[in-house]
Write a new protein. Structure first.
Length: 155
Protein backbone atom coordinates (compact mmCIF):
# COMPACT_ATOMS: atom_id res chain seq x y z
CA UNK A 1 0.00 0.00 0.00
CA UNK A 2 2.84 2.42 0.83
CA UNK A 3 4.34 2.05 -2.66
CA UNK A 4 1.00 2.76 -4.36
CA UNK A 5 0.44 5.90 -2.27
CA UNK A 6 4.04 6.98 -2.88
CA UNK A 7 3.60 6.53 -6.65
CA UNK A 8 0.40 8.62 -6.52
CA UNK A 9 2.25 11.25 -4.46
CA UNK A 10 5.12 11.45 -6.95
CA UNK A 11 2.72 11.46 -9.91
CA UNK A 12 0.82 14.33 -8.33
CA UNK A 13 4.09 16.25 -7.93
CA UNK A 14 5.06 15.66 -11.55
CA UNK A 15 1.69 16.90 -12.82
CA UNK A 16 1.46 19.88 -10.45
CA UNK A 17 5.02 21.11 -10.93
CA UNK A 18 5.17 20.29 -14.63
CA UNK A 19 2.06 22.22 -15.56
CA UNK A 20 2.89 25.07 -13.16
CA UNK A 21 6.26 25.55 -14.83
CA UNK A 22 4.61 25.70 -18.26
CA UNK A 23 2.33 28.66 -17.43
CA UNK A 24 5.00 31.27 -18.10
CA UNK A 25 5.70 29.73 -21.50
CA UNK A 26 2.01 29.80 -22.43
CA UNK A 27 1.71 33.44 -21.45
CA UNK A 28 4.93 34.49 -23.18
CA UNK A 29 3.76 32.83 -26.42
CA UNK A 30 0.36 34.47 -26.15
CA UNK A 31 1.85 37.91 -25.54
CA UNK A 32 4.29 37.51 -28.42
CA UNK A 33 1.69 36.33 -30.94
CA UNK A 34 -1.29 38.68 -30.69
CA UNK A 35 -4.39 39.76 -28.80
CA UNK A 36 -6.55 36.72 -29.60
CA UNK A 37 -3.69 34.34 -28.88
CA UNK A 38 -2.95 36.12 -25.58
CA UNK A 39 -6.54 35.59 -24.45
CA UNK A 40 -6.43 31.97 -25.62
CA UNK A 41 -3.19 31.35 -23.69
CA UNK A 42 -4.55 32.92 -20.50
CA UNK A 43 -7.80 30.96 -20.75
CA UNK A 44 -5.85 27.76 -21.44
CA UNK A 45 -3.72 28.29 -18.33
CA UNK A 46 -6.93 28.74 -16.32
CA UNK A 47 -8.43 25.59 -17.86
CA UNK A 48 -5.30 23.51 -17.13
CA UNK A 49 -5.08 24.92 -13.62
CA UNK A 50 -8.68 24.06 -12.73
CA UNK A 51 -8.70 20.58 -14.24
CA UNK A 52 -5.14 19.29 -13.75
CA UNK A 53 -2.82 21.41 -11.61
CA UNK A 54 -5.14 22.18 -8.70
CA UNK A 55 -6.40 18.59 -8.42
CA UNK A 56 -2.76 17.44 -8.46
CA UNK A 57 -1.93 19.82 -5.59
CA UNK A 58 -4.92 18.45 -3.65
CA UNK A 59 -3.68 14.92 -4.41
CA UNK A 60 -0.32 15.97 -2.94
CA UNK A 61 -1.97 16.93 0.32
CA UNK A 62 -4.08 13.78 0.56
CA UNK A 63 -1.33 11.33 -0.41
CA UNK A 64 1.27 13.17 1.69
CA UNK A 65 -0.88 12.94 4.82
CA UNK A 66 -1.71 9.33 3.97
CA UNK A 67 2.00 8.52 3.69
CA UNK A 68 2.67 10.15 7.06
CA UNK A 69 -0.06 7.95 8.55
CA UNK A 70 1.17 4.77 6.82
CA UNK A 71 4.82 5.13 7.81
CA UNK A 72 3.96 6.51 11.26
CA UNK A 73 6.21 9.51 10.80
CA UNK A 74 6.48 11.75 13.85
CA UNK A 75 5.91 15.22 12.42
CA UNK A 76 7.58 16.89 15.37
CA UNK A 77 10.85 15.14 14.58
CA UNK A 78 10.99 15.72 10.80
CA UNK A 79 12.08 19.30 10.15
CA UNK A 80 11.84 18.95 6.37
CA UNK A 81 8.25 17.74 6.67
CA UNK A 82 7.23 20.51 9.05
CA UNK A 83 8.74 23.14 6.76
CA UNK A 84 7.19 21.53 3.67
CA UNK A 85 3.74 21.56 5.23
CA UNK A 86 4.18 25.19 6.27
CA UNK A 87 5.28 26.12 2.76
CA UNK A 88 2.33 24.18 1.29
CA UNK A 89 -0.05 26.20 3.47
CA UNK A 90 1.68 29.46 2.42
CA UNK A 91 1.60 28.38 -1.24
CA UNK A 92 -2.11 27.60 -1.04
CA UNK A 93 -2.90 30.94 0.60
CA UNK A 94 -0.86 32.93 -1.94
CA UNK A 95 -2.31 30.98 -4.88
CA UNK A 96 -5.93 31.40 -3.77
CA UNK A 97 -5.86 34.94 -2.37
CA UNK A 98 -3.29 36.62 -4.63
CA UNK A 99 -2.31 34.73 -7.77
CA UNK A 100 -5.76 33.51 -8.87
CA UNK A 101 -7.37 36.98 -8.61
CA UNK A 102 -4.36 38.55 -10.38
CA UNK A 103 -4.61 35.99 -13.19
CA UNK A 104 -8.36 36.59 -13.53
CA UNK A 105 -7.76 40.35 -13.73
CA UNK A 106 -5.03 39.85 -16.32
CA UNK A 107 -7.37 37.69 -18.41
CA UNK A 108 -10.22 40.20 -18.16
CA UNK A 109 -7.92 43.04 -19.21
CA UNK A 110 -6.49 40.95 -22.08
CA UNK A 111 -10.04 40.46 -23.35
CA UNK A 112 -10.66 44.22 -23.14
CA UNK A 113 -7.31 44.97 -24.77
CA UNK A 114 -8.32 43.00 -27.85
CA UNK A 115 -10.94 45.70 -28.60
CA UNK A 116 -9.61 48.76 -26.70
CA UNK A 117 -5.89 49.62 -27.11
CA UNK A 118 -6.18 52.25 -24.35
CA UNK A 119 -6.23 49.40 -21.81
CA UNK A 120 -2.60 48.49 -22.67
CA UNK A 121 -0.89 50.19 -19.66
CA UNK A 122 -3.40 48.70 -17.22
CA UNK A 123 -3.00 45.28 -18.81
CA UNK A 124 0.81 45.48 -18.62
CA UNK A 125 0.68 46.37 -14.93
CA UNK A 126 -1.73 43.50 -14.23
CA UNK A 127 0.40 41.08 -16.25
CA UNK A 128 3.54 42.09 -14.32
CA UNK A 129 1.74 41.59 -10.99
CA UNK A 130 0.48 38.16 -12.04
CA UNK A 131 3.96 37.24 -13.27
CA UNK A 132 5.59 38.29 -9.96
CA UNK A 133 3.05 36.25 -8.00
CA UNK A 134 3.58 33.32 -10.36
CA UNK A 135 7.30 33.45 -9.58
CA UNK A 136 6.54 33.38 -5.84
CA UNK A 137 4.25 30.36 -6.28
CA UNK A 138 6.89 28.62 -8.41
CA UNK A 139 9.66 29.24 -5.88
CA UNK A 140 7.50 27.89 -3.04
CA UNK A 141 6.59 24.84 -5.12
CA UNK A 142 10.19 24.08 -6.09
CA UNK A 143 11.37 24.58 -2.50
CA UNK A 144 8.84 21.99 -1.31
CA UNK A 145 9.99 19.63 -4.06
CA UNK A 146 13.64 20.00 -3.02
CA UNK A 147 12.76 19.40 0.64
CA UNK A 148 10.76 16.29 -0.25
CA UNK A 149 13.61 14.85 -2.30
CA UNK A 150 16.56 15.77 -0.04
CA UNK A 151 14.81 15.43 3.36
CA UNK A 152 17.32 17.60 5.25
CA UNK A 153 17.39 17.36 9.05
CA UNK A 154 17.78 20.70 10.79
CA UNK A 155 16.49 19.70 14.23
Amino acid sequence: MIRLVLVLHVLGAVVAVGFSLSYGLWMARGDATGAAERVFALRTVSWIDRRLTTPAYVLQLVTGLWLVFLVNTDLLRQSWLEISIGLYVALTIVAITRYAPAHRRQTMLAEQLSTDPAVEPTYRAAAQRAQRLGVVVTILTLTILVLMVTKPRWW
